[in-house]
Structure formats: structure tokens, C-alpha cells
Design a protein around this ligand. Structure first.
Ligand SMILES: Cc1ncc(COP(=O)(O)O)c(C=O)c1O
Length: 392
């Protein structure tokens, strides 16, 4: 056998597989978690590059593994505004949050360790963690996020390493963990001695409702490892994210990162720093929120108009996704075949479950489709649904 044994845990993401369909002509794609390209501040990026490229000899150079100091300073201030007090030494820049998740898996998971995930959860996290062979414990979610009382029952019986959560506008479901549950989760982390990995790519993308404090901002005992990213508030092409962790974890993380890629690109880090410090970031986020709110509303209205009454879907206050649960007899695999013929695609829900998948679920992305095609896409999907004779 040519390959290492652990490669049997390497899985290709279904989202990547769907890419080939999304590039077909006239296809309406609700599949990837792509930001809208109109939300990228392209002109501003050009101006920033012109400003910094000749002036700063480090822009095109290798950089420190933990990330350039200027960007970590800027993030420290920004995080402080969100109630997260941290020192710049506790902030490490990553090559996207995805790298953060992978490296946390590398430094924290032993084969067989119990780790808790939401059910469903972010597929990319499952793929990043699985190579380290954890034992997944899945906790169901409802409209207020992870059911912490169910978690507590598990904790009475099993020792766990960490809880991985996307508490705000979760990928894939769009749901948000309530403040009470955030506090309850922190209490449990203290009582049962585990970490919380708070993955927060979406909290800046709120379209309705009140802000809810991050778990990290409520954490007094350094139990939370916080991750965020520039992917949805600047652009994913920069491949920039960051983690905030205590000194011990930060040090190990930094060595693991050094071995993985030496450093994240200085080039995009200096641009991101200027993007924050010039204040462009806040204007841009305002614009993105407005654009995505409109798209969310169009999709929710279309779902109301076209989808069968025996299906249900989430009504997210932010983020990029709506999660649909059809009547249990709907076979989503079949639905996808029909949908592709109707020229619309989505992501089936089953791969987002670490255990016990629900095969009658799908994830819809609403950010990357032109306004005038969102309703048409949902209409096509409802036609595909009719064709598979729901209830058969
Ligand atoms: C919950 C979650 N975590 C992490 C990521 C990875 O993001 P990045 O582009 O920063 O690697 C994503 C991307 O969609 C995500 O939805």
C-alpha cells in the first residue's frame, strides 16, 4: 500500500464536487458558500496596493509565522470593540480559518478522543478533524443553536476534549446560539474541563435582530479558542484568518503552522491591515449586509411561495445559508438529479452530519446568486421536487 493508513480518513468535500455543475451555462447555483463577487472591494484593494507596494519592503517578503504585528494590532483593537480583550501575542494569523481548524485538530486531537460537534455542522471542520481520528459526539440543534441540555447529559457519561461550535449564523443551518445557552456552555466547559472552539466567520453579517455577545467575550478563564476570517468581510481569495488562544495553545499552534506553511502571505496581510485601519472595512460590511439582506429576503419569500407546506426551513438573522428539511420520504439524492436537469443545484445536507445523517435535508446559499435568479432557482427546485413525487 502506497499511502499512509490515515489517508483512509481523507474525504473530498461534496461542495468541491459540485463546482463542475455550478460552472455549466444557465445553471443557478445555491451550492457553495461563496460571497458575492460584487461584495469585493476591488478598487479599494488596487488603491491600497499602490500605496504600500513600493513603500514597504516587507510586503513581498516572508513574514513571521504568527502574522505581521501591524495586522495583529489592528485585529486586537477590532476585537476589543466586540468585547474580546486580548493581547497581540494571543492572536495568530492563519491561511484562512480552514488552516486554523486543521492545525487545532493537529495539536489537540488524539485518535479516539471524544469531540463534540453540532448536528449538522460545518463540513470543512469535519474534514479537517477527521484525519486525526476523533470520536465524534453529535449534539442536535434547534432554532436557538446547540441543545446544551443534551450536551450536559452526554458530559455526565463521557470525557470530551473540546466542543466545536459555530454559534452565530451557523454553517450550514443559519441558526444562532442564544445568549443563555452560550453562558450555560461556558459553565459546562468549566465544570467538565474542556475547550470550546468558537468558529465565527459570520457574526459581522447580521441583517436582523440584536447582536449577541461572542462566547469568547464572555469567557473569563481562557476556555475558548476563537477563530475568524477575512473571507466573508473582505474576500476569500486573500486566504486570511486568525485565531485567539491562550499562550500555551498559541505556542504549539505557531510551531504547527511553521511546519505547515512558514507564514501566511505578507502581501494580503498588509492589505488587510490598511483595509481595517483606513475604516474601509466598516463601509464595506455595511454594503455587504445590505446586499445579502435583500437576497435572504428574496429567498425566504420564494420558499414561502413555492415550497411544499410539509417542508420546513430556517429563517436566519444573518450569514449565508438557509437549511431546509423536507418530508422524511424525500430522497435528496434523487432530488439533486432532477434539479440538475432543471438547471439548479444545492448541497445535500447529509455530509454535514458527523453521525446519523438526515437524508431529507439540504443547504441553500443565498449570497452568490443574482437577485433576479433567486426566485427562479427556488421555482425550478420546487418543480424538481414535484417530479420526484414526494411521499412515494
Ligand atoms: C464555519 C466555517 N468555518 C471556516 C470556514 C473557512 O473559511 P476560510 O475561508 O477562512 O478558510 C468556513 C468557510 O465557509 C466556514 O463556513
Amino acid at each position: 500500500m502506497k499511502f499512509a493508513d490515515r489517508t483512509k480518513f481523507l474525504k473530498s468535500s461534496e461542495i468541491r464536487e459540485m463546482l463542475k455543475y455550478s460552472q455549466m451555462p444557465d445553471m443557478i447555483s445555491f451550492s457553495g458558500g461563496y460571497p458575492n463577487p460584487h461584495a469585493f472591494p476591488s478598487r479599494e484593494i488596487v488603491r491600497i496596493v499602490e500605496k504600500i507596494i513600493d513603500k514597504n519592503k516587507f510586503v513581498l517578503q516572508y513574514g513571521p509565522t504568527e502574522g505581521i504585528k501591524e495586522l495583529r494590532e489592528a485585529l486586537k483593537k477590532r476585537m476589543q470593540k466586540k468585547g474580546i480583550k486580548t493581547d497581540i501575542d494571543n492572536i495568530k494569523i492563519t491561511t484562512g480559518s480552514q488552516q486554523g481548524l486543521f492545525l487545532l485538530g493537529e495539536i489537540l486531537i488524539n485518535p479516539g478522543d471524544n469531540i463534540v460537534v453540532e448536528s449538522p455542522t460545518y463540513l470543512g471542520a469535519l474534514n479537517a478533524f477527521s484525519i486525526f481520528q476523533p470520536n465524534y459526539i453529535s449534539i442536535p440543534i434547534d432554532e436557538n443553536g446547540m441543545k446544551i441540555d443534551v450536551l450536559e447529559e452526554k458530559l455526565k457519561k463521557e470525557k470530551i476534549k473540546f466542543v466545536y461550535t459555530i454559534p452565530t449564523f451557523q454553517n450550514p443551518s443559519g441558526t444562532t446560539l442564544s445568549l443563555d445557552r452560550r453562558k450555560y456552555l461556558l459553565e459546562l466547559a468549566e465544570k467538565y474541563d474542556f475547550f470550546i472552539i468558537e468558529d465565527d466567520p459570520y457574526s459581522e453579517l447580521r441583517y436582523s435582530g440584536e447582536n449577541i455577545k461572542s462566547i469568547k467575550s464572555l469567557d473569563k478563564n481562557n476556555l475558548v479558542i476563537y477563530l475568524s476570517t477575512f473571507s466573508k468581510i473582505l474576500c476569500p481569495g486573500f486566504r486570511l484568518g486568525w485565531i485567539i488562544a491562550d499562550e500555551e495553545i498559541g505556542k504549539k499552534f505557531e510551531i504547527a503552522k511553521q511546519n505547515a506553511d512558514l507564514c501566511s502571505p505578507n502581501f494580503t496581510q498588509y492589505i488587510a491591515e490598511e483595509y481595517i485601519n483606513s475604516g474601509i472595512i466598516d463601509k464595506q460590511i455595511k454594503l455587504i449586509r445590505k446586499m445579502y439582506k435583500r437576497k435572504r429576503d428574496i429567498m425566504l419569500n420564494a420558499l414561502n411561495k413555492y415550497f411544499p407546506k410539509n417542508s420546513k426551513w430556517t429563517k436566519p438573522d444573518g450569514g449565508m445559508f438557509i437549511w431546509v428539511e423536507f418530508h422524511e420520504k424525500v430522497d435528496v439524492k434523487k432530488l439533486l438529479e432532477y434539479a440538475i436537469k432543471e438547471k439548479v443545484i444545492f448541497i445535500s445536507g447529509a455530509p454535514f452530519y458527523a453521525t446519523n445523517p438526515k437524508y431529507n435535508t439540504i443547504r441553500l446559499n443565498f449570497t452568490n446568486t443574482e437577485d433576479n435568479l433567486i426566485e427562479e432557482g427556488i421555482k425550478r427546485l420546487s418543480q424538481a421536487l414535484k417530479k420526484i413525487k414526494e411521499g412515494d
